[in-house]
Design a binder for this molecule. Sequence first.
Ligand SMILES: Cc1ncc(COP(=O)(O)O)c(C=O)c1O
Length: 686
Amino acid sequence: MDLKKSRDNAFKIYWEAVDAANPYKCVLDYMSRKADVLTVDKKRYNLNDFGSVYVVAFGKAATSMAEAVEEVLEDRITGGIVVSNTQPQNPYRKLGFYLSSHPVPDDRSLTAAKEVVSVLEKAGENDLVIFLISGGGSALLAMPSPGISLDDKRKVTEALLLSGVDKYGLNAVRKHISQIKGGGLLKKALPAKVITLILSNVVSDKLDAIASGHTVPDPTTYEDAWRVIEALGLEHKLPPHVIVHLEEGRSGHRPETLKEGEFDPKDVQTIIVGNNFKSLRAAEKKAGELGYNTFLLRSEDVYIDLLTDSGTSAMSDWQWAGMMLGDEAYAGSRNFYNLEDAVRKHYGYRHVIPTHQGRGAEHILSQIAIRPGDLVPGNMYFTTTRFHQEQAGGRFVDAIIDEAHDPAAEHPFKGNIDLEKLEKALRSGARVPYLSLAATVNMAGGQPVSLENLRAVRALCDRHGVPIQLDATRAVENAWFIKVREPGQSARSVAEILKEFCSLTDGCTMSGKKDPLVNIGGWLALNDDALADKARNLVVVYEGLHTYGGMAGRDMEAMARGIVESVQDDHIRARVGQVEYLGELLLSWGIPIVVPVGGHAVYLDARRFYPDMPQDRFPAQTLAAELYLDSGVRSMERGIVSAGRDPATGDHRRPKLELVRLTIPRRVYTQAHMDVVAESVDAVFR
Ligand SMILES: Cc1ncc(COP(=O)(O)O)c(C=O)c1O
């Protein structure tokens, strides 16, 4: 690992994040002016409509936010005030500056608040007030409710904090003993037109929580504030003035904080110009530019591209010739019937519905077969497959054998279904629309399913009346592994095995971008007449008419021919052989990879490259980045990042495997390219 380079990159990413939060730039990102027209976000203001323009800035970032606004509005500012805890770099032309106290309010905070209010009192109906608010504003400005002293306020804050109050409880109370928090400043600025630009330091970006929400409606009431005090048992521990004030408020003798509906929203524009997410997004973008996300690289910056074998294969001369015979009729294209024939002949299903690629077929199948609440068992998830199942209301449950989760387990058919796990799912009481079976399981390292296992699975599913839908994306490669690894199969052709394998299932989704050797395309195939009718009706909506399903005629022709080529034993021997070549080389050098070597890719066991790195620090993503930095070889993370986030909690799903996939496109690279890849992996491992 090049430590210096990594350190430099880390700094670059860090400074990008910091720069994204630059208050001056954040204001200019949202505010601009052309002659008399001021544009704030997407809203335009004709400055000639206003008698006066006042600016009130407070918070730790107030000085540079105000500088930006002075730059935009120059001559048009009538006056205003900036309150912060640090001096501005340059004196303002039109605005006054007031140095106040932070984080503990003192007399300066009282004076600053009075200054602010005196500016707002000047603003009338035809004027514009621009607030610039950033974190720290609560302490920098203080104006307790009448009869309450700053000392009372301090005691309340201290007592609440010592009792373990949360931010929302604290704010509910503080807003109800203040004249300016909880929308108080907006009340004082109205009926002027008001623009508030906020630099948020609150993770949730809740407007009423940033600097105590001086210019936004307050969702809490005196009653809420009292409940917080009661819940913490502070009724007798707070200054008597405060208790009396809150009780008067509860009985309606004190004005409430500003509420939604008390002003015309057309007169008030409030926007967040910067927040934590803005910085994170900037950091993410920079990391991407530096090569820390292999999906964001430009292909011209990649030397050997092992990101995926999807759509990256080279087509043969016979396929290219087929492209010239494209029949681009909207309905009933000749190429569709050629495709239908090829699928029926080699995969054996009755109904064939083209889709633009595999996920198109997954979408249609999930929508027609899955109902909300259904359980969909399968042999390890694939990202797009599970997404569509969940989108349709289903819940995926993994029934793959345990060995699949152990990169070092030498089982010849690690894609097999564990019959006990499957039976448990079938007996769970939930409706099971189908078993989702993948041939060579991508996420387990390209691991196959045996014929023997599929026969047993079929028998079990039959007993429960549950159909099997195959993800046939790499079923030809699966058939090859059956031929070379399963007892009694070596004399059969891949084509024969494939046909028998599919005959044990009821339909398939297919990404034509893999086994069928094309750059784009896919299909949904079904044996059930009624289901196929439903699919044809739906495919029209999402993909195209059922005789083209989102594909051009020429692409269907190339796929029909690709199917014929893909089931040739010689082709598949060379294809899987090249993957094996790379795998064996790495194994001979002691590099930790998933064994046995899979059909389309070699999977590096990233946990063993970085034994001390916790999964939440993305070991596989780190390894993919390092490989690229070392040699320009692009690979793909197959671990915690690919596994996605739980839709309910937003937290990571934590897969057992943390892998980097070196996926080999078909008919593109030579063995010499594989040597370069192996040397780079070795260099990173050492
Ligand atoms: C096993 C498997 N199923 C389905 C798909 C989805 O296919 P597509 O990318 O054509 O939408 C893929 C894509 O990589 C895959 O590997």
